[in-house]
Design a protein. Structure first.
Length: 128
């Protein structure tokens, strides 16, 4: 398939070419800070992961809502302006890693790896 918006093996999910990709066509899908900018994370995630074939890989990177809340409320290592900048600087939504894991597993994926890096999460999964 030739896509006009493809660069270094990546297709921007907001490009017109995204809709040209059939469900179950991708060997690997990497979403890096994509879900944070969707107004409806659940619907967007379902649309994106439907493109991954059985046996295919899924990687998701994003801002973890609970990590920000923890440092704002519990440890108090983050102030309100800092939290607001993280959460609302162009972002339409946020999700936490445990909720994301449940959503991905409910769609037939096996989580291979999950980790935190500061306020960001990384999730790697394989579609069964």
């Amino acid at each position: 398939m030739k896509l006009s918006y493809i660069k270094d093996g990546y297709v921007n999910p907001t490009s017109p070419d995204w809709e040209a990709i059939d469900d179950g066509e991708l060997d690997k899908l990497h979403l890096d800070d994509v879900l944070d900018f969707e107004t409806d994370i659940h619907t967007a995630l379902m649309k994106y992961i439907a493109k991954v074939r059985h046996g295919g890989a899924l990687e998701i990177v994003g801002l973890d809502l609970l990590a920000v809340a923890r440092d704002l409320v519990i440890t108090r290592t983050l102030d309100v302006p800092g939290a607001a900048k993280l959460l609302f600087d162009g972002r339409d939504a946020s999700i936490d890693l445990p909720t994301l894991v449940k959503m991905v597993e409910s769609r037939g994926f096996k989580v291979i790896q999950k980790r935190y890096d500061g306020y960001s999460y990384f999730l790697s999964a394989e579609r069964l």
